[in-house]
Design a protein around this ligand. Structure first.
Ligand code: NAP
Length: 285
């Protein structure tokens, strides 16, 4: 296995350390930083995600205030809570754990979070700021991918980047961030209707995969010496986690690759903490 392992856990540690410093500086100036977390229903995976986010928050000195609503509440109750948190001057950021229980509209509900407290960076205003090349809160997973590349000094400017997946959560905002002025990559977005996906993917200097299909991308998709970022998180029948990339096979041809777990996953939570510290700084002014 020749590829360099891009250690997302280590990069996340750097981001968390920086965030802890920013939060401590805010506290020194008399400003506490608070993240409100909202969990609707009792899905164990969602509950575990919220717990891990709250743990990270505590680690970096961010106070988290947790709100739990039963799975059978009306969407109006969730919206009411979000509006109260919007109006609460002690709250800097709001995390609404998605997906919401069946029958609720994830995107419509998340729209209720005020853009200045949208630390997940998924409100249309914040997504729009990326289109305008003036990001305030970039979505956490895409910005985590960029941060890994930056940390390891992998040149993005002028590189051919292929992003496989076009979700509003990952693929599309990541493609915009990579093509933005300053990042300056040449970006191709591929998806389920792309013809000859292996051929398109092989043109990439940097291949980012966010499709949600366990180990779909094998060595045939990867040019020798390419950098591979695997965003996928899939649970196997045996209970282990695998990415969207066939790691062992691709690591033979790639120059560098993110593992799953321990790649992009830890970055997502770290960038959420980063965004929360930025939200706190912006509210301080
Ligand atoms: P999503 O909303 O389901 O989007 C998947 C995208 O992949 C779609 O654009 C889809 O194309 C494309 N796709 C599906 N099958 C394909 C195929 N056979 N060939 C080419 N493209 C295909 O998923 P998502 O929310 O972006 O998440 C993607 C993966 O990332 C999942 O495994 C998820 O668990 C993981 N994830 C990880 C993190 C993290 O923290 N590491 C965060 C978020 C998501 P169409 O648009 O044509 O349907």
């Amino acid at each position: 296995m020749g590829a360099q392992v891009l250690d997302g856990k280590a990069v996340a540690r750097t981001v968390l350390d920086e965030t802890a410093e920013r939060v401590a500086a805010l506290r020194y100036r008399g400003k506490e930083t608070t993240l409100a977390t909202v969990l609707v229903g009792d899905d164990p995976a969602s509950a575990a995600y919220v717990r891990s986010k709250r743990r990270r928050a505590a680690e970096v000195g961010i106070r988290s205030v947790h709100h739990e609503l039963a799975g059978d509440v009306s969407q109006d109750r969730v919206v009411d809570l979000l509006r109260r948190l919007n109006d609460d001057p002690s709250v800097d950021g709001i995390l609404l754990q998605l997906p919401l229980p069946e029958g609720m509209d994830d995107q419509g509900t998340a729209l209720e979070i005020h853009p200045s407290k949208d630390v997940d960076g998924l409100h249309p205003t914040n997504l729009g700021m990326i289109v305008l090349d003036r990001p305030v809160f970039a979505p956490c997973t895409p910005s985590g991918c960029l941060r890994i590349l930056q940390h390891y000094g992998i040149p993005v400017r002028g590189a051919n980047v292929v992003v496989v997946g076009r979700s509003f959560l990952v693929g599309r905002p990541l493609a915009l961030l990579l093509a933005a002025r300053g990042a300056d990559a040449t970006v191709t977005i591929a998806h389920s209707r792309t013809q000859d996906l292996p051929g398109v993917a092989r043109r990439a200097d940097i291949l980012v995969v966010a499709v949600g299909r366990p180990e779909m991308v094998n060595a045939a998709y990867v040019r020798e010496g390419a950098v591979v970022i695997d965003v996928g998180i899939n649970r196997t029948a045996a209970g282990s986690l695998v990415g969207d990339v066939k790691y062992d096979e691709v690591a033979e041809v790639a120059a560098a690759i993110t593992p799953v777990p321990g790649g992009v996953g830890p970055m997502t939570v770290a960038m959420l903490m980063h965004n929360t510290s930025v939200a706190s700084e912006l509210r301080e002014r």
